[in-house]
Design a protein around this ligand. Structure first.
Ligand SMILES: *Cc1c(COP(=O)(O)O)cnc(C)c1O
Length: 436
């Protein structure tokens, strides 16, 4: 079985799964895309869905990893990646919530980050040069990457986060692990952090000392395992419902929903998908008005979705052969304001006693809007983070105190370890070069 990926910006560049995972992106910053996407008939899909969770996950991922990961290695990686539950919680007659926040950092990014770290460790096991993962975070990515890569062999992680702009739980997750995880608290915004990371990737001196890689959803090893949420959720859904589900995904960089669309393309039974955006509505503008225009990032309450130019949208276009009409049949979109987000958290709490956090609330509102014109539809939204990660907003609205879940309790006893730096690249570079 030969599994290859091509560079979307330069399709003649064809690489293996291993090369795509190690390099992250191709020439001209092109994203990699699978050369071949498996197609399952209804019967084949039914058979797959009836397998055990681990066998199902293996069968879905195997065509994408090919022989670069031997069967027993892929099984072992998946066992470590999906070791927690993804409950499908019923809210009312039409809406359920797929809770993706029961992993170690209470964020859906745990699955992708863990799969990627295990994969890179395996590929790098015979290399004497350590790989350094360099990542900027607005909160959630950093925590998931820190935990996913914690104590990973042959890999160091450097995380830049904006000082005072992440929640206290998020900061604990970034700064209290230590060992191979180094947190840098930057006196600036998320955009400043991201700028420093981009400059580092382009700097010759730094690249001579470090073998750098990124850990965002551009990397196929983080992006592709997210298909598993959809497959596992539909497995659960079909054990209760006869109708196919409408699936609503709170979207920022569009990696998660792109993985869902990839699963749907392979034959996963899904009725329709909805991309729920906050004020950052790049994709919504395209689907509504055929306009593709990047804007300055707008800060919102659902800050993990504050992305002006979603990197993964090009993959969605590729998946639909750049045909906007066909894409629109599969995917709707909407843009939800902060006011609507708060109102939704309040209403869902008051009416159903269910606590959403801002990202899930954006999805919930988007699904409600869809139901206004599709009155008999049923489905689920993805809740991508635990409310405790956004306590100021959620506790204020629901008047409830949110207990710290057990996954983060152990962090309380550890000291904060971070290095404070200003946003000047020369200082960041000097720190990096003196570190080794
Ligand atoms: C990252 C993130 C998202 C957005 O996911 P994308 O794959 O970037 O679209 C949504 N919600 C939360 C809580 C996140 O951390």
């Amino acid at each position: 079985m030969s599994t290859t990926y091509f560079n979307i910006n330069q399709p003649s560049e064809i690489v293996s799964f291993k090369t795509a995972a190690i390099t992250g992106q191709g020439q001209q910053k092109g994203l990699y895309f699978p050369s071949k996407i498996p197609q399952y008939t209804q019967d084949e899909m039914k058979h797959l869905i009836n397998l055990s969770v681990l066998d199902l996950a293996f069968r879905i991922m195997k065509p994408f990893t090919g022989n670069d990961l031997p069967d027993e290695i892929l099984y072992a990686i998946l066992e470590k990646t999906i070791h927690f539950d993804f409950p499908l919680v019923n809210i009312n007659k039409q809406i359920s919530v797929l809770e993706l926040f029961h992993g170690p950092t209470l964020a859906f990014k745990d699955v992708g980050a863990k799969f990627m770290s295990e994969t890179l460790s395996y590929f790098n096991k015979d290399n004497d040069k350590k790989v350094t993962v360099l990542v900027a975070t607005s909160g959630d990515t950093g925590g998931a990457v820190a935990h996913g890569f914690y104590e990973a062999e042959h890999i160091d992680v450097i995380i830049l986060y904006p000082s005072k702009k992440v929640s206290s739980v998020q900061e604990m997750q970034l700064t209290r692990l230590g060992k191979n995880i180094q947190a840098l608290e930057i006196d600036g915004t998320f955009d400043d952090c991201q700028h420093l990371v981009k400059m580092a990737f382009a700097d010759a001196d730094i690249n001579q000392q470090y073998q750098l890689t990124s850990a965002n959803s551009i990397n196929i090893a983080r992006w592709l395992p997210q298909q598993l949420y959809y497959v596992l959720a539909v497995k659960k859904w079909l054990s209760t419902y006869n109708e196919l589900p409408v699936v609503t995904v709170p979207s920022g960089n569009f990696g998660n929903i792109c993985a869902g669309l990839l699963a749907w393309k392979q034959g996963l039974p899904i009725q329709h998908m909805i991309a729920a955006c906050n004020a950052n509505d790049y994709v919504h503008q395209y689907l509504m008005h055929d306009i593709l225009k990047s804007k300055q990032t707008i800060p919102t309450l659902s800050n993990a979705m504050d992305v002006g130019l979603p990197s993964n949208f090009i993959r969605i276009q590729q998946l639909f052969n750049y045909d906007r009409k066909i894409l629109k049949n599969a995917l709707s979109s909407t843009s939800i304001s902060d006011e609507e987000t708060k109102e939704t958290i309040k209403q869902v709490w008051n009416n159903f006693g269910y606590m959403l956090e801002p990202h899930g609330a954006v999805a919930y509102k988007a699904f409600e809007q869809y139901l206004a014109t599709h009155t008999s539809a049923k489905g689920f939204i993805l809740e991508t983070a635990h409310p405790v990660k956004f306590p100021e907003i959620v506790e204020d609205i629901t008047k409830q105190h949110i207990e710290l879940p057990k996954q983060v309790m152990h962090l309380l006893e550890r000291p904060k370890q971070s290095i404070f730096l200003d946003k000047d690249f020369t200082h960041f570079k000097a720190w990096l070069l003196s570190k080794k």
